[in-house]
Design a binder for this molecule. Structure first.
Ligand code: SAM
Length: 284
């Protein structure tokens, strides 16, 4: 059958063939529902000419759908038996698509080179490293213009949150430094094998065409980490350690035009960028 996607029977058979038992440490929950795959791909807005980066292809559920929608798929998988079996699975279910797949056996947190520059990232991310993987890939591969990731639902809410929201925090600010981020749906637990305990959320993003400000990314992220490390403190005291003293923090904040008595959770990414720029600018 032409566009058959993997269901529960195929997934179990492929797991057995690979000789794996899904592990929690690697966040191995495989999608067994073709409708979920179709929904992810439709929501991701993958275009026929695109090269798509997939992190954690697992047994290939999403990979097959991506090969139908895109020109090329680069799949980064950390688990050797899964990485080794993937080309075989594609050969079996999409014999014509084999030449359009690259499998990279690697930790997505560390990967710095890919066989082709990806236009998009579409992935059902391993849950325990979802945020650092997303940030690392946005940082390392500027060719990624848009994408859709499936993560734990609460992480999806955090990534898409803005200032004022209870769940606004470090992931929200870092993601929005690179991209405009929105929550694009919720996925129940029964579409996976094995079923996770909590539901999943879809997060869609579009990279900002121009950086929000000319600032050093390292400085910016250090400010953000410090501001949220002590959520209940004012910026003046939360940034004291980073700036050297409360007075130094106050001086930088004032030059940035940010009220030192605010808490970090009130600031948008543009204001964090102003603080980073003020810190890196020569002092008065
Ligand atoms: N894409 C498949 C699907 O939707 O059925 C599997 C998704 S499963 C949630 C996560 C996958 O990521 C697993 O295949 C796991 O082995 C892989 N993985 C876990 N940690 C990884 C890492 N650091 N780098 C690359 N892949 C990783």
């Amino acid at each position: 059958k032409d566009n058959a996607l993997l269901g529960p029977a195929e997934i179990r058979e492929l797991a057995e063939r690979a000789g794996i038992r899904p592990t929690k440490t690697l966040g191995q929950n495989f999608v067994i529902d073709p409708n979920t795959i179709r929904r992810i791909i439709a929501t991701a807005g993958v275009e026929p000419g695109e090269t798509v980066l997939e992190v954690g292809p697992g047994l290939g559920s999403l990979t097959l759908g991506l090969l139908d929608a895109a020109e090329r798929v680069v799949a980064v998988e950390i688990d050797p038996p899964l990485a080794h079996q993937l080309p075989e699975t594609v050969e079996r279910f999409r014999p014509e698509a084999g030449g359009r797949l690259d499998v990279v056996l690697s930790d997505a947190l560390r990967v710095t080179e890919l066989p082709a520059a990806p236009d998009a990232l579409v992935a059902n991310l391993p849950y325990n490293v979802a945020v650092p993987v997303l940030i690392h890939l946005l940082e390392t591969f500027p060719s990624i213009r848009h994408g859709l990731v499936m993560v734990q639902d609460e992480v999806a809410d955090r990534l898409a949150a803005g200032p004022g929201s209870k769940v606004y925090g470090v992931p929200s600010v870092k993601a929005s430094w690179f991209a405009e981020v929105r929550k694009a749906g919720v996925i129940g637990t029964n579409v996976f094998w094995p079923a996770p305990k909590i539901r999943s959320g879809l997060v869609a993003f579009t990279r900002r065409e121009k950086p929000l400000a000319e600032v050093d990314r390292g400085t910016l992220f250090r400010v953000v980490d410090a501001a949220f490390a002590q959520r209940r403190k004012t910026l003046r005291s939360a940034l004291a350690g980073w700036a050297g003293s409360g007075a130094a923090a106050e001086e930088v904040l004032t030059r940035a035009g940010v009220d030192p008595s605010l808490r970090g959770e009130r600031l948008g990414v543009e204001e964090f960028a102003r603080i980073a720029a003020a810190a890196d600018a020569p002092g008065p």
